[in-house]
Design a protein around this ligand. Sequence first.
Ligand SMILES: [Ca+2]
Ligand SMILES: [Ca+2]
Ligand SMILES: [Ca+2]
Length: 285
Amino acid sequence: MKFSIKKLQIVFLITCLLALLPAGTIFAQGGIAIDGVFTDWAGMTGMVDPGGADDETDPASADITEYRIYADASGVYLLMVWDDTQFQQDSGAGITMRGADGVYYRIYAIATGNPGTVPQSGIQVYQSTDPAFPPQTTSQVCTGAACSGVTVGSGASWVDPFAGHPAGNCLGTNCSTLDTAGEFGLPWSLVGGAPAPGETVFFQYGSYPNGPGAALKDNTGSNGITVRNNNGVFSSYISTPTAVTLSSLQATAAGSNPAVIAGSLVLGVFLAALLYERKLQVKFE
Ligand SMILES: [Ca+2]
Ligand SMILES: [Ca+2]
Ligand SMILES: [Ca+2]
């Protein structure tokens, strides 16, 4: 009898802890190898361009199709995808990140050549206090090989999420079925540090053919991907910027989060019940 109550208590406690996590949380399994092979991204949290196939034609090389994010204690891993499998002109795209330090970082990558690749020299990192990255508040963190600890892998073998769209709207022999992708590994120290337990960082993807601080062309919409540190386990999920802003505020004032309040109440009742049961046991012993 005593054993089954304990078992129930454990199940109840686990249920309470799970209830505190944001809806839609996906725990990534394993890690990402930065090697130009993309099978390790299967099942990782990603967003496909909600604009659909071939929604950017000016220039067509600025047409991006999807991105994915993975993170663990070692750093953050990004996947950026372009519709083309070859490039007549270089095509710059970037993932903009709201870092744990409240600063915005843009990880800018330039796809080039036939078949399309992103060479190590094609990676640049910028920071700004303004998410629009105006020149007066933007500075370069590093570029190319000087981006210490950054790893780059790429290739034209990503399966196009809009496979079968007209080949005339992309460049390359297999471009209606394949895309050029770059995978990048960054140490947290380069992008504002790792989020502390309970804190989040936020990512959006867009193309900037005229430079990392120039006008945004194609993008994957206003929603983005959030990475949250759940006591050392990093989860990622799709969210709105507003939800992230609120969540970030809640990370420094945890009491204001309704889910945390509800969870705390449930835990409080549970602990009270546990103490009451202990008291009864002491009484009867
Ligand atoms: Ca890989
Ligand atoms: Ca697109
Ligand atoms: Ca394609």
